[in-house]
Design a protein around this ligand. Structure first.
Ligand code: SF4
Length: 476
């Protein structure tokens, strides 16, 4: 398939399906949400009345329903120039210890409110760099969680952690398994040395390969890689080599993100020379190449930048409506409530979205004052529920049963969503989406455009676009 690798002469002889994909990408290029929630985070408000949530929790009986936890650990040793995450770059002694002390106060308060005895079927530690914590601190935090929530050590559970390969040894991998993690996500980004230097993140292939070996040796259930395309000096030649190395390590899941260069919004990106970034055409080519190469290597594209091996649970779950999308991306639907812990984390509990203070001083101060560190929130209404159901079904199941939605929400789908369906006309004409026996289906050609296909169902998008802020990244 890869006539393009090697020289610019050859890049003109692209496989016909790549050409078609690139021309479609040009047509649908815009910016839009990744829909890790609906409504999306810009809709959360500081005017939210937290007592409404507290009162609702006071009346609620959760009957031991499963719970999902997200723990945000914000510190990093060094800055990666492409970074748009909420993090604190520091090497100051004691910062992690202070954070853990404050976090344990939040755990105590939240476990009283949300329920101590609910089985935690999913847990994810993200950042920042969770492995900024040393081995002792990792163990301490896991104990702190276990003393406030019902962590599981048997039965089906997904406990995952994001790892910066530069920060851990094989011994730490053993410790992570020992304290209960069964999934690992490695931030790989790119294996090319020149690219790594330009983004200030040097991590040789051998370092990653050793960790991969260690995760296999310790029997982790699943290994994910994060990659980024659109970084400085990336081109189809360097990307071919990165993909060859990635495929040789055979992670179960690969998330491949499109780098958005927004230096006016993310200060570290000012260290990137924009002239070293791939031109838009080259970037489109990279996207096509990643998709074709990974699928040729046996990965299945489940949508929204995610590729998985066919025997991975996410691949199986997609056909069985057991897939969900939340702030951590795609996962199995194992719990309805997600409790976010730590600075800037977001919870989705019942009809509520709740967001913690985004900066450390505010987060610490609220906990010192004995308050929940929540600064924003949103309670979804019936229209939100309907639209969330439509958008999440398209993203997770790649289809929507119209009759089922009509029954569930008492609407006539074609009337209620008349404008959205009109807006989707070009997508129907381009066969990105189709009506088929009462189902609205995303076709194989439509998968790379999932965000575009969901956006017409988003009631708030127009309002956000009018606000003039660059809030969302490129859709393709
Ligand atoms: S990319 Fe990850 S490791 Fe790098 S600065 Fe951002 S949060 Fe830290």
């Amino acid at each position: 398939m890869n006539q393009i690798i090697g020289s610019s002469e050859q890049t003109r002889r692209l496989p016909r399906e790549w050409e078609a994909g690139m021309s479609m990408a040009r047509k649908y290029a815009t910016s839009g949400p990744r829909y890790t929630s609906y409504p999306t985070a810009p809709q959360f408000s500081e005017d939210f009345d937290l007592t409404r949530y507290r009162n609702w929790q006071g009346r609620r009986e959760h009957h031991g329903d499963p719970l999902s936890l997200y723990v945000h650990l914000p510190f990093c040793h060094d800055i990666c120039y492409y970074c748009g995450c909420n993090k604190v770059v520091t090497r100051k002694e004691g910062v992690a210890a202070r954070y853990l002390a404050q976090l344990s106060k939040e755990l105590e308060m939240q476990s009283q409110i949300v329920g101590k005895d609910r089985p935690v079927t999913q847990m994810h530690w993200g950042g920042g760099t969770p492995t900024y914590l040393n081995d002792g601190e990792i163990t301490e935090l896991m104990h702190s969680l276990a003393s406030r929530f019902r962590l599981l050590d048997k039965g089906y559970r997904e406990y995952s952690i994001e790892i910066d390969p530069r920060t851990v040894s094989s011994a730490t991998i053993a410790l992570l398994k020992g304290v209960g993690f069964n999934r690992i996500s490695l931030g790989v980004q790119d294996f090319d040395e020149r690219v790594q230097k330009a983004v200030n993140r040097i991590q040789p292939y051998t370092q990653v390969a050793e960790l991969v070996e260690a995760t296999r040796a310790h029997g982790f259930r699943s290994l994910s890689f994060d990659l980024i395309y659109g970084l400085p000096y990336q081109d189809h030649v360097s990307m071919a080599e990165t993909l060859r190395k990635v495929i040789s390590l055979r992670p179960d899941r690969i998330a491949c993100y499109n780098y958005a260069h927004l230096p006016e919004r993310f200060l570290p990106q000012r260290s990137i020379d924009r002239h070293t970034l791939p031109e838009p055409e080259e970037k489109l080519l990279l996207a096509q190449m990643i998709s074709a190469t990974l699928q040729d290597a046996g990965y299945r594209y489940i949508g929204m930048d995610h590729y998985v091996l066919p025997d991975d649970e996410l691949a199986k779950a997609q056909g069985e409506s057991r897939l969900q999308r939340n702030f951590q991306g795609y996962s199995l639907q194992l719990a309805d409530d997600l409790l976010g812990l730590g600075v800037s984390s977001i919870s989705q509990i019942g009809d509520f979205y709740l967001q913690n203070a985004r900066d450390l001083p505010a987060y610490y101060q609220m906990l010192e004052d004995g308050q929940l560190p929540i600064t924003k929130g949103y309670r979804i209404n019936n229209e939100d529920k309907l639209r969330r159901r439509v958008i999440m079904s398209l993203i997770c199941d790649l289809s929507l049963d119209i009759a089922e939605v009509e029954r569930e929400f008492g609407i006539d789908f074609r009337v209620h969503f008349h404008d959205a369906l009109e807006e989707l006309n070009p997508a129907f004409e381009d066969r990105l989406m189709e009506f088929d026996a009462g189902m609205l289906r995303v076709t194989a050609a439509g998968r790379p455009f999932l965000r575009n296909l969901c956006m017409p169902f988003d009631e708030y998008l127009e309002h956000h676009s009018r606000s003039g802020k660059a809030q969302f990244s490129a859709t393709v």
